[in-house]
Design a protein around this ligand. Structure first.
Ligand SMILES: Nc1ncnc2c1ncn2[C@@H]1O[C@H](COP(=O)(O)OP(=O)(O)OP(=O)(O)O)[C@@H](O)[C@H]1O
Length: 336
């Protein structure tokens, strides 16, 4: 018999429908009924001891479960992991066991089953840490319906990071020792001027003090060296640094550097103006603006003429800079 091999698109849609059929939760009328709706899936002997829910009890420690009941909870969860159709159902079941004081060591049980409880979120976000934290958040909301909290069961609070933040942390977390060693070596080489700037910036970061610093210097004075040292040091401490530049070429000078507009998703409205430079020759001023933020680049004539993608910067005449910066200063809430 000829076997029909589905097209790539058909295969991925098969996979999608398979995953959604595995994950689709069964309808549950209300939170009071959810526990009983899961029971027919399970071996009834595992859950035959069911004390009434006592919402006035402030946690499991007031009503220590018997050894038999501890084992029942463990066995029931193990069986539920096999039989229940979705992580959503498993989370509901876990909450049911918690509020009925079946689980002797909620934290250990959470650690054992956290990947299974979080599978739908992990698939959705493509990130284990975000997925696990979303599952914890959901469990916390379910516990709240019973007047309980994660803390009452010694469970950790969700530590939410956006997928972008997680991605950034993951990029640099593999070898903090190497980053710290690089930063340490570079710090030992900093000259007095560089070291002063380094300590000011590090001090502000470590004390959570906002700082807007403008580091200037002639070509080759060590600005890139200094910024790279700061990036390495902060990343070795699991801090996030987003080095950006208005051109891709300049962004490449920094580890993990990206363009400003792509990093901050700045919609670009381009107005190209003619500008007289100090030396009297004409350049073209490229202004990207959004919400009072202006990114300024002076492009050489051939770029504007469409003859190339040269990433050259040229000096903006002082008059032009003044004209661009003054509206920004006026709208700066810090008044600086
Ligand atoms: N404190 C330092 N110790 C040793 N080498 C240094 C130090 N500071 C800078 N350098 C080296 O000097 C050279 C120029 O430094 P860097 O590229 O950081 O200057 P820059 O100010 O960023 O230059 P440009 O403005 O042209 O981009 C690089 O090779 C850098 O490694």
């Amino acid at each position: 018999m000829r076997r029909v091999i589905p097209s790539r698109r058909a295969r991925s849609s098969l996979l999608r429908s398979f995953i959604s059929s595995q994950l689709s939760p069964i309808p549950i009328p209300c939170h009071c009924c959810y526990a009983t709706s899961t029971l027919p899936f399970l071996n009834p002997r595992l859950l035959e001891v069911q004390p009434p829910i006592n919402n006035s009890v402030a946690g499991p420690s007031h009503n220590p479960p018997s050894l038999a009941r501890e084992h029942k909870a463990e066995h029931a969860l193990a069986e539920a992991a096999h039989r229940l159709k979705s992580p959503h159902q498993l989370r509901l079941f876990f909450v049911y066991l918690l509020v009925n004081d079946y689980v002797k060591s909620p934290y250990t049980t959470w650690q054992t089953y956290q990947d299974i409880f979080s599978q739908d979120f992990i698939l959705e976000c493509d990130n284990i840490n975000v997925g696990v934290n979303k599952a914890l958040h959901t469990i916390s909301r379910l516990l709240e319906e019973h007047g309980k909290s994660l803390g009452m069961y010694g469970l950790p609070d969700p530590n939410f990071h956006s997928p972008e933040v997680e991605e950034e942390l993951k990029t640099w977390s593999s070898n903090p020792e190497l980053l710290a060693a690089r930063a340490g070596k570079a710090v030992a080489k900093l000259n007095a001027e560089q070291y002063k700037i380094y300590t000011q910036i590090m001090d502000a970061v470590l004390h959570n003090r906002p700082l807007c610093a403008f580091v200037d210097g002639k070509a080759g004075r060590g600005k890139t060296f200094l910024v790279t040292t700061i990036c390495n040091k902060l990343r070795s401490m699991n801090r996030i640094v987003l080095p950006t530049a208005t051109s891709g070429f300049a962004a490449q000078l920094y580890p993990g550097g990206r363009t400003t507009h792509s990093t901050f998703r700045v919609p670009i409205t381009n107005e190209v103006k003619k500008d007289k430079k100090d030396n009297g020759s004409e350049g073209f001023l490229d202004v990207f603006s959004e919400d009072g933020i202006k990114f300024v680049e002076v492009l050489p004539e051939e770029v504007v003429d469409g003859s190339g993608n040269a990433e050259e910067f040229q000096m903006v005449s002082e008059d032009t800079l003044e004209e661009l910066i003054s509206p920004i200063e006026a709208s700066d809430p810090r008044g600086s």
